[in-house]
Design a protein around this ligand. Structure first.
Ligand code: BES
Ligand code: ZN
Length: 627
């Protein structure tokens, strides 16, 4: 397989004993790479795989470093092959054999945002090795926040974000979704803080000679891809919602969070009815500070969320439905490489929509579907054709280049199209069979095709003959047969928007019972047509600049900025200086940069805000601001 080495390591950097260079030799004890191997990892788990990692971690908030030592249990298929781990931005790496004797290792040249291969020669009897390291403050996965970036401003906070290929910057690991590991961890942290992880917490204990610190234990015996190993540490309170659901949040946020997420147990029960048993035990949610670059991240047993989802009226709960759905699509059945990312996200959006429909009814789910389809089509206009393909070719690209609404919405639309063709009952069987048959394994687009062709297509050949699967999976853009959800409440808003543009006074529009989705539709619908006067009168009538709903606020601030409405500027600046969620930052900075004066403001605000943002957000924003 030449592809992985060309992208990750550069030609000829690494020669691996038994399997020369980029070509896998056909020696009997040198098993060939799987057909769909991951180009974003230098590891070769088909030769030597890590099966369990046992971590000893120490959090140093002053230095903004994590110091780690980990014992890796190995599954060796090729006795001559070294262990290759992915690492990025790590210092002080040392390696020992099972008896504690130092071991030779080498590091390939670093590649920006991809990292290095840590190559460890193994001895015949080695069933485990030990590695120690320290993270660098600039490593991409961990964000270290000062007290002023938390809700209570009292204590510092740190958390990890592993997806897609960031885990390697805090833990040397075979950082590919194609290999799963179980893990255990002991984490030492200042005693005022609590450590939480994406596994089962088994308590905290004193550390002899270190009265100011506690040692927190977690473990996960179920195997997970490394991007799902996560930790966070801060001043956190825990509030149980039900026997298997709890919320962790800063003390000043816990009441709001617990109220907003009060329906979580019912949501979990609904998801189980739809997709089969929940296999992970607990389902907890951690509310992070607003610097978190995503809305939510499906870390197993402990979804991480941005506090911007706490709207006060439970209107943004579909994000939790989404992260919960990942407990099946993504965490149980995992995309084999980042080119199969649509299998994670497309399935998850489909499942999320099913949960929302079951809990809140068809009209609500149709509203969300219709809005999402519009966003997909709008975004597609800005993407290159190759980025609009579901089975994306990421050769030479960071996985983040494949991140857009395409894997999410186009993926979900494909499943909805299949549902239209064969009916809901068959799709439900199809889904449950997919999750059950591949539980705790990874799946590729080719696996999906095969499962579809030998399952549904054989069962319903007539109906499935109408599906152009090749076009859906490998063609650009959105196929004509993509389903369209019709939403009456949104059509009413469209009519109101036409009246507003034609000059009707906003006070005459009946908005008393509008929900979040209708407000979003109005703001999107006004688009290019709103000038400063109309925007100001809308603001006077509806108080949009002071809304507490982050989705509505972001859409409004973008519209206001593009439309030259000065009234949004102060709130915009406050927002950009506290919230680090990339989905909001990108349109807002882009809107600012649309005018020369705005660009100057954008640069000034960004210079101040940048230290508050996670590396995921700055990696996208740096080129946008400085171009
Ligand atoms: N798994 C994703 C977040 C992610 C994707 C992180 C790729 C890193 C790389 C998560 O489930 C997600 O999709 N979050 C969305 C919310 C969702 C409702 C569309 C987000 O954060 O906005
Ligand atoms: Zn997702």
């Amino acid at each position: 397989m030449e592809k992985p080495l060309r992208v990750i390591l550069g030609a000829g950097l690494l020669v691996i004993a038994g399997c020369q260079g980029g070509k896998i030799a056909q020696a009997p004890n040198c098993p060939e790479a799987p057909p769909n191997w991951d180009q974003h990892s230098a590891s070769r788990p088909w030769l030597v795989a890590v099966s369990h990692v046992d971590m000893d971690l120490e959090l140093d908030f002053e230095a903004r470093r994590l110091h780690g030592t980990a014992v890796y249990s190995l599954r060796r298929t090729d006795p001559g092959a070294p262990l290759i781990l992915d690492v990025a931005a790590l210092d002080g790496i040392s390696v020992w054999g099972p008896e504690g004797q130092p071991r030779e290792f080498s590091l390939s040249a670093p590649q920006e945002r991809i990292g290095q291969a840590l190559v460890i020669e193994l001895q015949a009897a080695d069933q485990a090795v030990t590695v120690s390291w320290s993270t660098r403050p600039e490593g991409e996965a961990l964000q270290w926040l000062g007290p002023e970036q938390t809700a209570s401003a009292l204590q510092p906070f740190m958390y990890s974000q592993g997806q897609a290929i960031l885990t390697r910057s805090w833990l040397p690991i075979q950082d590919t979704p194609g290999n799963r590991v179980s893990w255990s961890a002991e984490v030492s942290a200042p005693r005022e803080l609590r450590v939480v992880m994406s596994g089962e917490g088994t308590g905290a204990q004193e550390i002899p000679g270190q009265p100011g610190r506690l040692l927190w234990q977690h473990e996960l015996s179920l195997p997970v891809p490394p991007y799902l190993i996560a930790l966070a540490c801060g001043r956190l309170e825990r509030r149980a919602i039900s026997p298997r659901v709890a919320i962790f949040a800063e003390p000043v946020t816990i009441d709001l969070a617990a109220d907003e997420l009060a329906d979580l147990d019912a949501m979990l029960a609904t998801a189980e009815q739809l997709f089969g048993p929940y296999r992970w035990g607990r389902y907890d949610v951690l509310v992070l500070p607003p610097a978190f670059p995503y809305g939510g991240m499906e870390n197993p047993l402990l979804t991480f969320v941005n506090p911007t989802i706490l709207a006060g009226d439970r209107s943004l709960i579909s994000l939790i439905a989404h992260e919960l759905a990942h407990s099946w699509s993504g965490n149980l059945v995992t995309n084999e490489t980042w080119e199969d990312f649509w299998l994670n996200e497309g399935f998850t959006v489909y499942c999320e929509q099913r949960i929302i429909e079951a809990l809140y009814g068809v009209p609500r789910s149709n509203m969300e579907k219709a809005l999402a389809r519009t966003e997909l089509l709008a975004e597609m206009e800005t993407l290159e054709p190759w980025q609009t393909v579901l089975a994306i070719d990421l050769e030479g690209h960071h996985p983040d280049m494949g991140f857009s609404w395409v894997p999410y919405e186009k993926g979900a639309l494909l499943l909805r199209r299949i549902e239209e063709l064969v009916g809901r009952e068959d799709v439900d069987d199809f889904l449950r069979g997919w999750f059950e048959g591949r539980a705790f394994r990874s799946a590729s687009t080719a696996d999906f095709e095969e499962y579809l062709l030998h399952g549904l297509a054989e069962l319903r050949p007539g109906a499935m003959a109408n599906l152009d699967l090749e076009l859906w999976l490998r063609g650009p853009g959105l196929p004509d047969d993509a389903p369209q959800a019709v939403s009456e409440p949104l059509l009413m808003v469209d009519a109101a928007v036409s009246r507003l543009i034609a000059g009707t006074d906003p006070g005459e529009i009946e908005t008393a019972d509008w929900n979040t989705f209708q407000w979003l539709r109005m703001i999107h619908g006004l688009g290019q047509d709103a000038g400063p006067e109309l925007l100001e009168s809308l603001d006077l009538s509806f108080g949009l600049t002071s809304t507490g709903n982050a989705e509505v606020l972001c859409a409004w601030l973008e519209l206001g900025t593009l439309g030259g409405y000065e009234g949004v500027q102060q709130r915009l600046e406050e927002f950009l200086l506290t919230v680090g969620r990339r989905k909001y930052l990108v349109p807002l900075y882009t809107a600012l940069c649309a005018s020369p004066e705005g660009r100057t403001r954008a640069r000034r605000i960004y210079a101040q805000a940048r230290p508050l943002y996670h590396a995921v957000s700055t990696a996208t924003l740096d080129p946008l601001i400085h171009d």
